[in-house]
Design a protein around this ligand. Structure first.
Ligand code: C2E
Ligand code: MG
Ligand code: MG
Ligand code: MG
Length: 290
């Protein structure tokens, strides 16, 4: 009996694998033309400084509106884009759009940086710096209004090369943040060598602040960041309790559903309108001097 059940389960399992594989193949095929068919769009999520009660920037996050499957998460298609190399034109598009958007806001008096997520493939493509320079020029945007988000695994992939390129990017005046900091890979031993401006504490930390030991870890990260002259931003802030814990631990800049979900360009306009008097000034990175 057990054997038969085992066999059935195995059968179900491989059927499911089949469905997943078919979906992946479909996504892989359709991703090739998604850019030219204009199926991508960008959502923007606010970053908020709790101490000054002001907006300090937006993160640009990609979405794919698939004609048959609906909106597909970047968690699903970015890995495919990385495998196929399509991540390079996709990121170029993200950079262009994000710079144009920051410029458009600036013209309305909303001077806010916009951040874009990079993938390791961009560092291997050999013209990342020229690309960044080019998109800034095309949008006529000041470099400090563009931020790039990288992850620890990217740095560890090829330490010296990534450090070299980040150095050139920051020399342009563009800001760099370390995304999803503190989970998985650890680059702590390299933090004094990696040219960055801020650490983004992974959402897992924010969602797990209930024990004193977890809070001790955040506290230590915040102190370390202060001593290294890095800003800290917490991801995944969803409620008042999160805010209270993080504030107490010395972290004042936050991003999460509590302040605003990632919003498309129409929703974000409404959000900006509703927060009008708190969005005009710039500066997560400028805040350091406050
Ligand atoms: P990320 O850069 O760490 O982005 C934050 C993710 O957390 C976003 O997921 C966002 O929607 C989600 N999030 C924000 N606040 C909250 C919250 O309060 N609670 C919860 N539960 N989640 C929250 P999203 O948009 O699905 O993006 C997932 C990941 O995909 C991103 O993680 C980023 O690594 C990657 N990604 C997104 N857009 C791009 C892109 O243009 N290029 C590259 N290379 N990667 C991208
Ligand atoms: Mg990010
Ligand atoms: Mg993140
Ligand atoms: Mg994350």
């Amino acid at each position: 009996k057990a054997k038969r059940l085992g066999k059935n389960q195995q059968c179900l399992y491989s059927e499911e694998m089949g469905i997943q594989e078919v979906r992946k193949m479909e996504l892989e095929k359709d991703l090739q033309r998604a850019l030219e068919l204009r199926e991508f769009f960008i959502v923007y999520q606010p970053k908020w400084n709790v101490r000054t009660d002001r907006l300090v920037g937006f993160e640009a996050l990609i979405r794919w509106r698939h004609p048959r499957l609906g909106v597909v998460s970047p968690l699903e298609f970015i890995p495919i884009a990385e495998e196929t190399g399509l991540i390079i034109p996709i990121t170029r598009w993200m950079l262009e759009e994000a710079c144009k958007q920051s410029k458009a806001w600036q013209e309305r008096g909303i001077i806010q940086p916009v951040s874009v997520n990079l993938s390791i493939r961009l560092f291997q493509s050999d013209n990342l710096i020229e690309l960044v320079q080019h998109v800034l020029e095309m949008a006529n945007l000041k470099p400090h209004l563009l931020e790039l988000e990288i992850t620890e695994s990217m740095v560890l992939h090829d330490v010296n090369e990534v450090i070299r390129q980040l150095g050139s990017i920051r020399a342009l005046g563009v800001k760099v943040s370390m995304d999803d900091f503190g989970t998985g890979y650890s680059s702590i031993g390299l933090l004094d060598r990696i040219p960055i401006d801020a650490l983004k504490l992974d959402r897992l930390f924010t969602n797990d602040l209930d024990t004193p030991s977890k809070r001790a870890i955040i506290n230590a990260i915040v102190l370390m960041a202060e001593n290294l002259n890095l800003d800290v931003i917490a991801e995944g802030v969803e409620n008042k309790e999160h805010i209270d814990f993080l504030t107490e631990l010395g972290c004042h800049v936050m991003q999460g559903y509590f302040y605003g979900k990632p919003m498309d360009i129409h929703e974000i306009d409404i959000w900006i309108y509703e927060h009008e008097h708190k969005v005009e000034e710039t500066g997560f990175f400028e805040d350091k001097k406050v």
